[in-house]
Write a protein that binds this ligand. Structure first.
Ligand code: NAP
Length: 465
């Protein structure tokens, strides 16, 4: 039976779960291979593009341009879009199994890792994941209580997300107003009282996770100086040895050294880089954050070859009223799908979902992107990652290892959703929202003015129909 799959008379029916970069790169790869494939992309939100819309910083529009490639993929007649449909709630895993030969998970990493320290749940202690979603106009985070009335903020972690959130806090309204930052965030940032932003690294300057472009940008902010303490840039022997020949890390260090040399030039805001500090307590008073207590660390090479931070028993306290924890994203489980709680990914082998209990491949189920490999890499990293998984799928198709869906009727999904009262959004409807946002942006020097709330998007569509 399965040899007929992928032909004009019996196209391979694939459900892609998640309309972010990994989902789109997977769909693009499926359409290139020479088999006849029809793809239904399911997305929990109304808008597609995942992290490109809701994660990438609004002042990094060049990265967002990649969404044009995704739009070309979804424009293919073999691809349908079901926005505003949550798998596990609006359509179940069993229903997908009934109507699709393949389920392809590309749900990303929607949650965050925690520090596990006292005070972490105080008001204004936020994960960078939430803060990023807030300023990017994610519908679920519009009402996040962000209080910018304090004078100092602490960003924990030294990855690119930490750099993004620190930069957004450090920029002037003038630097942000011609981006697609959400209106509510721009209004709040315009009233921000924050002058000092501390980026806190638990290890040293030779172990930062940010990339060259992000540290370079810190030297070009209109109203903020990067501040680096020269004494914190001294490298221990193991760190020096570890970065030998690492050109990117040497460049990072060059920028940090240059900032240490230049020092403060008198701009009204400052982005401080601090090293070898681990937050041990977020201190609150009358329900508000007032400071963060940090333990000073030293570096020790571990048996695995990593250079690890170890507490010295000495402490330092930095006063601040806002804490952004930027210590990594984390995947969330999908009902009915295997999940490794520790690593936050769907267990897989070269993209084939594995049942952890039996250790066997789950027939017809694949995974791509952050939910496959964890939250690492830039947007483009998801392309080869998705292609690898799609290749596994086609290899299985070729070897007759896929089980045809019992009810492959393409009309079954829209009928099921309609019967359930699920207001799904099609690709043509998304185009209307997209066009409206872009049109609104034109009058305001902006690439688009995001419509944030689900209801506002649906009202626009219902008004147009
Ligand atoms: P990341 O690069 O993994 O950085 C996480 C940071 O958190 C590291 O500095 C890590 O330090 C620190 N950390 C982890 N646990 C900690 C703890 N308990 N206490 C203190 N610090 C802790 O993650 P990310 O910044 O969330 O970025 C995720 C991915 O998206 C990355 O691949 C990033 O490059 C990418 N991204 C790219 C861009 C861009 O291209 N412009 C923008 C945003 C994100 P250790 O190293 O010591 O563990």
């Amino acid at each position: 039976m399965s040899e007929k799959l992928g032909t004009a008379e019996r196209p391979l029916r694939v459900a892609v779960i998640g309309a972010g970069p990994a989902g789109f790169y997977a769909a693009e790869a499926m359409l290139k291979e020479g088999y006849v494939v029809t793809i239904d992309i399911f997305e929990r939100l109304i808008a597609p593009h995942g992290l490109v819309r809701y994660g990438v910083a609004p002042d990094h529009q060049n990265i967002k341009a990649v969404s044009k490639v995704y739009d070309r993929t979804v424009a293919n007649p073999a691809v349908r879009y079901f926005g505003n449909v949550e798998v596990g709630k609006d359509i179940t895993h069993d229903e997908l199994k009934r109507h699709y030969d393949v389920i392809f998970y590309a749900t990303g990493a929607q949650s965050d890792r925690r520090l596990g320290i006292p005070g972490e749940d105080l008001p204004n202690s936020l994960s960078a994941t939430e803060f990023v979603a807030w300023y990017n106009g994610h519908p679920d985070f519009k009402d996040l209580p962000v209080d910018l009335s304090c004078e100092a903020a602490i960003v924990v972690g030294v990855g690119n997300v930490a750099m993004d959130v620190a930069r957004i806090l450090a920029k002037s309204v003038k630097e942000l107003e011609c981006t697609d930052i959400a209106d509510h965030a721009l209004a709040a940032l315009a009233k921000s009282n924050i002058k000092d932003i501390y980026i806190i690294a638990r290890r040293g300057p030779a172990q930062v996770k940010f990339t060259n472009a992000e540290i370079r940008e810190m030297g070009h902010l209109e109203i903020a100086d990067p501040i680096v303490l020269e004494q914190e840039l001294k490298l221990d022997r193991a760190s020096s040895a570890a970065i030998e020949g690492d050109i990117a890390m040497q460049k990072n260090l060059d920028y940090l050294r240059a900032y240490a040399e230049i020092g403060a030039t008198g701009k009204p805001r400052r982005v401080h880089f601090r090293f070898l500090l681990s937050p041990v307590e977020i201190i609150g008073q009358d329900g508000k954050i007032v400071a963060v207590k940090m333990e000073k660390n030293e570096l020790r090479p571990s048996v695995s070859g990593d250079i690890k931070a170890t507490g010295t028993g000495k402490y330092e306290t930095i006063e601040a009223g806002l804490v952004l924890r930027s210590v990594g994203y984390k995947g969330v489980p999908i009902e009915g799908v295997p999940f490794d709680k520790r690593s936050g990914v769907i267990p897989n082998e070269v993209g084939r979902v594995i049942d952890p209990e039996t250790g066997k491949v789950v027939t017809g189920e694949y995974v791509a992107g952050w939910i496959k490999r964890g939250p690492t890499g830039v947007i483009g990293t998801n392309k080869p990652d998705a292609i690898e998984s799609v290749n596994s799928m086609f290899e299985d198709l070729q070897k007759g290892k896929l089980t045809p869906a019992p009810e492959p009727d393409p009309d079954a999904t829209p009928a099921l959703l309609k019967a359930r009262g699920v207001r799904y959004v099609t690709k043509d409807e998304w185009k209307l929202i997209d066009a409206k946002e872009i049109e609104e942006g034109k009058a305001r020097c902006r690439p688009r003015v995001k419509i944030v709330e689900r209801e506002a998007m649906l009202a626009l569509l219902n008004g147009a129909s």
